[in-house]
Design a protein around this ligand. Structure first.
Ligand code: DX5
Ligand code: ZN
Length: 219
């Protein structure tokens, strides 16, 4: 089994000390930094915008993985690119013209991701799979950290991995919600390439050990 990349989400960080959170992520051995952008409409919570991403960019060597939980993400993509995003992921449920938005993100020189909430089947994004760089499978209803992983979502990871192999697509499979040391093995076995971790990461006293556990390199 491959070793997944780890993407800690600053959603569970101390919101008055984001720079310290970024330093903790870099020091932990995690490769990515996940930024959960919420608009109070698509999800019932608000977080931050491109200014925070721009402020953190010079403070971190991680890949910046921006997860847009917003309606009208097309209005924000350019600002997040300028702020330093590497991957920009938007929700299938929030957008009608997804091919166009993927094209815009690629035209701006960045990687494009599509995300599905737990109630959306993989069949809802089949047409997009040849074009995206990442599929973000939500294993909780998005909006808050610290929720419990919905086990039936693991089947979607397996389905995506099968489709990718059969059709020789290249997207990464990222999984987001309720991942901790006990659920990570299920997510890895299902075929995930990237594990997002919020509450588990920021609650862990020894973050490097947690990252090794999530990767399956330590019990
Ligand atoms: C949820 C966010 C997640 C969240 C995961 O709406 O998209 O990225 O931070 O947090 P945990 O790992 O605490 O479930
Ligand atoms: Zn997220």
């Amino acid at each position: 089994m491959k070793t997944p990349l780890i993407a800690p989400s600053v959603l569970s960080a101390d919101f008055t000390h984001f720079a310290a959170a970024a330093a903790d992520i870099d020091a932990s051995g995690a490769e990515w930094l996940h930024l959960d952008v919420m608009d109070g409409h698509f999800v019932p919570n608000l977080t931050f915008g491109p200014q925070l991403v721009a402020g953190l960019r010079p403070q971190s060597a991680a890949v910046f993985d921006v997860h847009l939980m917003v309606y009208r993400p097309e209005n924000l993509v350019e600002a997040f690119v300028q702020a330093g995003a590497d991957y920009i992921t938007f929700h299938e449920e929030a957008v009608v013209h997804s091919h166009r938005l993927i094209g815009v993100i690629h035209h701006l020189g960045k990687k494009a991701g599509i995300s599905i909430v737990p109630s959306t089947p993989v069949s809802g994004i089949t047409e997009l799979l040849p074009f995206v760089d990442l599929v973000l499978v939500m294993t909780v209803d998005p909006g808050f950290g610290g929720q419990t992983l919905i086990p039936s979502c693991l089947e979607k990871i397996k389905t995506l991995a099968q489709i990718r192999e059969q059709r020789e697509y290249r997207f990464l499979i990222s999984v987001d919600g309720g991942i901790h040391a006990h659920t990570a093995p299920l997510v890895r076995e299902a075929g995930a390439d990237v594990l997002v971790t919020g509450a588990a990461f920021f609650q862990a006293p020894d973050k490097a050990t947690l990252v090794r556990r999530l990767k399956g390199l330590e019990l």
